[in-house]
Design a protein around this ligand. Structure first.
Ligand SMILES: Cc1ncc(COP(=O)(O)O)c(C=O)c1O
Length: 371
């Protein structure tokens, strides 16, 4: 054991000692899981049925590597979807695919950061950005968001003047705070910097606006998207990004070959063809988000959200105590203490179906009485 520890120190890259392990939302069979921002309606039943039948018939053959033509077919479906849903015409050549938005963010970070280059990260936000920057040998620079969690563009702009800054991560709507970057903030930031602004739109289908147009019209804006949230395909690990022309070829070079598996490719194509399921999901989330917000705000400060979750300040209670007490009652929500800069009194609750939300509210009431 002692020898192993010594070998670790000698062989591992130094950045690994700084890294924190990603803490995923807990899963407990039978519990109401409102901790990972998944789709409360699950995947589209049409997708599940058709994938099962394609696997059975051999039309989808998992003994073969994924086909390039199916990637092309998916990029065409994505382009058509973005036009129908957001009214933006995105050429297929500007769309790239990856193993979830995580996979895409990883590729982008490896492409853009050299050793000691800096990346700006307004916190609290999705913790993976920090991990990826450190793994790429870069230096994460954190900027605290304002009290309402808006991005302090003046502070960012000052920091951006430094030539070492190569990337800026903007999550919109932001995980875990739920607020979106405003068009004005984006204009101001993107106009002023040479760094690549990566806009993580994992939750954009639930929001009032998206930055797709900025990715098409600006050389320094990239938008990443996922099939894990509104499309209910989190287990298949598939996402996409809209890149300006100059980044597309480099992205293909830097991606691992076949990083998107063949089942995920077909499921994503089918999910885009069942837009009814997506619309039902978005409608349910918006309605239930308001239901939860209204009830929770009788007791706690609840922040406005454009995503499929709500950030709740449970102070004077502690987030960990509340999450543990809820888990003991069979309801899983996210303790945000592990998000850098979030403090110890925030919890994040994924919007569920009405019966799940009612269970959460009842459990919350008991917890408040007990803790
Ligand atoms: C802001 C944000 N970006 C990206 C991801 C990861 O998405 P994917 O499943 O596409 O890798 C998540 C997942 O929770 C997220 O919250």
């Amino acid at each position: 054991m002692k020898g192993e520890a010594r070998n670790e120190g000698m062989r591992l890259r130094a950045c690994l000692s700084e890294l924190r392990e990603y803490v995923p939302g807990k899963t407990v069979r039978g519990a109401v899981k409102l901790s990972s921002n998944e789709n409360p309606l699950g995947a589209s039943p049409k997708v599940v049925e058709q994938i099962a039948s394609m696997l059975k018939s051999g039309d989808l053959d998992i003994s073969k590597y994924p086909w390039a033509e199916r990637e092309e077919a998916l990029r065409e479906e994505i382009s058509a979807f973005l036009h129908r849903f957001h009214g933006v015409s995105v050429p297929t050549e500007n769309i790239v695919l990856g193993a979830g938005s995580d996979g895409i963010l990883d590729t982008l970070t490896r492409m853009l950061l050299e050793r000691n280059c800096e990346a700006l990260i307004p916190i609290p936000t999705f913790s993976l950005y920090e991990t990826l920057v450190l793994l790429a040998g870069g230096v994460p620079r954190f900027v605290h968001r304002s009290a309402d969690f808006s991005v302090p563009s003046d502070i960012l702009l000052e920091l951006l003047e430094c030539n070492k800054t190569k990337m800026l991560f903007l999550c919109s709507p932001n995980n875990p705070t739920g607020n979106a970057v405003t068009k004005e903030e984006m204009r101001c930031i993107a106009d002023a910097c040479d760094a690549v602004v990566v806009v993580d739109e994992a939750y954009a289908e639930f929001a009032s606006h998206s930055f797709l147009e900025e990715a098409l019209n600006r050389e320094n804006v990239v938008v990443t998207r996922t099939f894990s949230k509104a499309f209910g395909l989190a287990g298949l690990r598939i996402g996409y990004a809209i890149l300006p022309d100059w980044l597309v070829t480099a992205f293909r070079k830097a991606s691992l070959p076949f990083s998107v598996n063949s089942v995920a490719l077909e499921a994503a194509i089918l999910a885009l063809q069942d837009e009814e399921h997506l619309r039902r999901t978005v409608e349910l989330v918006r309605k239930e988000r308001e239901f939860l917000r209204k009830h929770l705000s009788k007791t706690f400060k609840v922040f406005p959200s454009e995503a499929n979750f709500l950030l709740v300040d449970v102070s004077p209670l502690k987030a960990k105590a509340v999450c543990d007490a809820l888990a003991a009652k069979g309801v899983l929500v996210r303790d945000c203490s592990s998000f850098r800069g979030a403090g110890d009194s925030f919890i994040r609750i994924t919007v569920g179906k009405r019966e799940q939300n009612e269970k959460l509210l009842a459990a919350m009431q008991d917890v408040v009485a007990e803790v």
